[in-house]
Design a protein around this ligand. Structure first.
Ligand code: ATP
Ligand code: MG
Length: 429
């Protein structure tokens, strides 16, 4: 195929074989979020470039090298959103829905775009489900976010495969003091730092903690510890969070090097990580960003949120064999009809059945065909039962009801009794 007719590298089609699992995952999360009192918000996919520069920070990987940025026809610089928090904050400010301390518990789902090197679990168009909470400043809400994800892992059968890492970044003041101490320490070891870290030392020194370079990691062993610089308030907040996780029995490890890639975090940061996906191990990440709203021109407004990567979680469900069996079957009943009169009757019968059983997955044969070919299609559809309507059945106002998966003999059922009969033999979602 010519190159122009292929999808862009790192941007994938999600094929019909894959969408049931995506919908199961998204549906499970959406139901959970509903139950905990979160409401969905939908933001545009494209925003002014300035929004991301202001919120994410100029010297982050995302803004420096990962954004899809282009000029609109009228010369405005626009960017495909690399993440959801910036647009969500923009939206709540624009609509004034966090004013006067109004609490908002919001969630969103959709594609994000980052120009990274595509590999398993890392794409250029990927999908997140994220949530943001505004105007709640205590550790109770941080805990709720984590407890909710813990429940999600439970429902999905993933609890044994994920680990919670926690850290506190303190307030911007305490972080500032720590940053100074870190810069002073690292500057004294400059020659032992890898090139990236040397650059980060000038632009975003906390990110040096994040390095994968072994030599730099060795230097960091003796570096000042963030925990020693925490202010009392952040310390109490962190203790409050840990007490709540302990109360629910959620295991965690404190990772003092967890800093997160974005500039805007403060106090709590956390990641759910797995060793089941190779290098792309973080499936859900988030934290508190009490300074962000103000930084974006609003009144001081505490905020906390997280985002999870749908591709990575779907990969995990597959890798760990946690795909529910019932997803494999998309059709309950397949209706075969032979001859034009039977086709007409089949159509009106199927609509009556749908009225009575709105959740029944009933596929009606299209394109006519012989007995043999319609049966083949019925079988291939995965349906549990075939319904058969030919001239004889039409004359008697019955259908042939044939189990396709070896549960008993074919029988004849009157049209009027069909819905009731189907209700007893098909479990409806
Ligand atoms: P990573 O360290 O893996 O690059 P990140 O810190 O850049 O992740 P966030 O911005 O916190 O990621 O996004 C939250 C989640 O979104 C990640 O934990 C991950 O599950 C998912 N994610 C981020 N970037 C990608 C990507 N390029 N492809 C697929 N999923 C991604
Ligand atoms: Mg990244």
């Amino acid at each position: 195929m010519s190159k122009s007719l292929q999808a862009i590298r790192g941007m994938n089609d999600i094929l019909p074989e894959q969408t049931p699992l995506w919908r199961y995952f998204e549906g499970t999360v959406a139901r959970l979020l509903d139950n905990y009192g979160y409401r969905q918000i939908r933001m545009p996919i494209v925003e002014f470039t300035e929004l991301f520069k202001r919120s994410i920070g100029e010297v982050t990987d995302i803004v420096e090298k990962e954004m899809y940025t282009f000029d609109d026809r009228n010369g405005d610089s626009l960017t495909l959103r690399p993440e959801g928090t910036a647009a969500c904050v923009r939206a709540v400010l624009e609509h004034g829905i966090t004013g006067g301390g109004q609490v908002q518990k919001l969630w969103y789902v959709g594609p994000m775009f980052r120009h990274e090197r595509p590999q398993k679990g890392r794409y250029r168009q990927f999908h997140q489900i994220g949530l943001e909470v505004f105007n709640l400043e205590g550790p109770d809400i941080d805990a709720e976010l984590i407890v909710m994800t813990w429940r999600l892992w439970g429902e999905l059968g993933l609890r044994d495969a994920v680990k919670l890492e926690l850290n506190s970044l303190g307030t911007s003041e305490s972080r500032g003091r720590y940053r100074e101490a870190l810069v002073e320490f690292l500057s004294a070891h400059l020659d032992k730092l890898d090139e990236d870290s040397q650059r980060r030392l000038k632009t975003n020194p906390l990110r040096v903690l994040d390095t994968k370079n072994a030599e730099t990691q060795a230097v960091l062993v003796d570096a000042p510890k963030m925990a020693d610089y925490l202010d009392d308030e952040s310390r109490a907040h962190f203790e409050g969070l840990k007490a709540r996780l302990d109360a629910v029995g959620i295991p965690y490890v404190i990772n003092p090097k967890l800093v997160r890639g974005l500039d805007y975090y403060s106090k709590t940061v956390f990641e759910w990580v797995t060793d089941k996906l190779g290098a792309q191990g973080t499936v859900c990440a988030g934290g508190r960003y009490d300074g962000l709203v103000e930084q974006m021109g609003g009144k001081p407004t505490p905020g906390v949120g997280f985002a999870m990567g749908i591709e990575r979680l779907v990969l995990m469900l597959e890798a760990l064999d946690k795909v529910p069996e019932e997803l494999a079957r998309q059709v309950d009943v397949y209706l075969c009809a032979f001859g034009e009169a039977a086709e007409l009757a089949a159509l009106s019968l199927s609509e009556r059945i749908r009225d009575q059983l709105p959740n029944l997955r009933l596929q009606i044969n299209a394109g006519a065909g012989s007995f043999k070919s319609q049966f083949k299609k019925a079988d291939k559809s995965g349906a549990l039962y075939a319904l058969i309507l030919g001239d004889d059945e039409l004359a008697q106002q019955v259908v042939g009801f044939k189990p396709l998966r070896g549960q008993g003999e074919q029988q004849s059922i009157a049209w009027d009794a069909l819905a009731a009969h189907l209700a007893t033999c098909v479990v409806q979602g």
